[in-house]
Design a protein around this ligand. Sequence first.
Ligand SMILES: Nc1ncnc2c1ncn2[C@@H]1O[C@H](COP(=O)(O)OP(=O)(O)OP(=O)(O)O)[C@@H](O)[C@H]1O
Ligand SMILES: [Mg+2]
Length: 252
Amino acid sequence: MLCVHDLTMRFGKLVALDAASFDVQEATIHGIIGPNGSGKTTFFNLVTGFLKPTAGKVTWQGRTVSGLPPHLVSRAGVARTFQNTSNYANLTVRENLVMASRNRIETGWLARLVNLKSARTEEAGHGRTADELLERFGLRDMADARAVDLPGGTQKILGVVIALATAPRLLMLDEPLAGLNSGEKVRLMEIIRSIRGDGLTILLIEHDMKAIMRTCDRITVLCYGKLLAEGTPAEISRDPETIRAYLGEEVA
Ligand SMILES: Nc1ncnc2c1ncn2[C@@H]1O[C@H](COP(=O)(O)OP(=O)(O)OP(=O)(O)O)[C@@H](O)[C@H]1O
Ligand SMILES: [Mg+2]
C-alpha cells in the first residue's frame, strides 16, 4: 500500500500541497485529478524524490520513500513517466528498453564487474526482457527505429513501456494520454489495464475524464493543494464539490 500522511509542499508563500492524506491499494489503478496547478505533478515529485516535502511523508509497502533521493525510490520499485516525454531520443526503441532493463532493482553493476560470465547471461536477460516487452506491447515492428523518429503518440507509449522495463511495483503516469489520438489512447489504456492484471499498482494523473472514469478503481481529487474528494468513479462523478471545482455539470 502507498500511504500519504499530511503531505505538504510550500514554494515560498504558495502551498502547492496542503496536508493531503490518502491511501492507494496495491494492484489498483488510482486516479489523481483536479484543475491545473492543483499539486498533482508536485505530488509525483514528492513521492519520487524530485522534491522534499515541507511536512508529512509518503510510505510505500511500509517504507518511507518521501525525502529519499530518486535512485533509492526507484530501487524501492517505483517508476514514473513525465508530463513531457523523456526517452533517449537517439537510441532505438529496443536499445531504450535494454537500457531501462539494466536499471532493474536486482541488477548489481558490481556483480557485472566481477563476474563476466554471469554478466553475459545477465545481458542476454536484458535483451530477452526487451524483446518480450516489444512483443507484448506491439512495438516489435519498430524495434530498430530511433525513438526520435517515432510519431509523438508512439513515443509516449514507449515512455510507459520503458518505465515497465525497470520492473516496478508502483508505476506513476503523469498525463500519459495528452497529445495522443483516439486510437493511441485506447491502446495505452489497454496497456495500463493489462499491467494492473499483473499486480502492478498504478497512479494515473489525467485530464481525460472518460478514460479516468472508465479505468480507475478509485480517484483522489486535488484542488489547489487540498484534497477535495476521494472515492470510486461513480462517487466522484456525482460529488457536488468535484463537479463545482473541476468536472462541470456535463459529467454529472
Ligand atoms: N518547483 C516549483 N517552484 C515553484 N512553484 C512550483 C514548483 N512546482 C510547482 N509549482 C507550483 O505549484 C502549484 C502546483 O503545480 P503542479 O505542477 O503540481 O500542478 P498540476 O496539478 O500538476 O497542474 P497541471 O494539471 O497543469 O499539470 C502551481 O501553482 C505551480 O506553479
Ligand atoms: Mg501536472
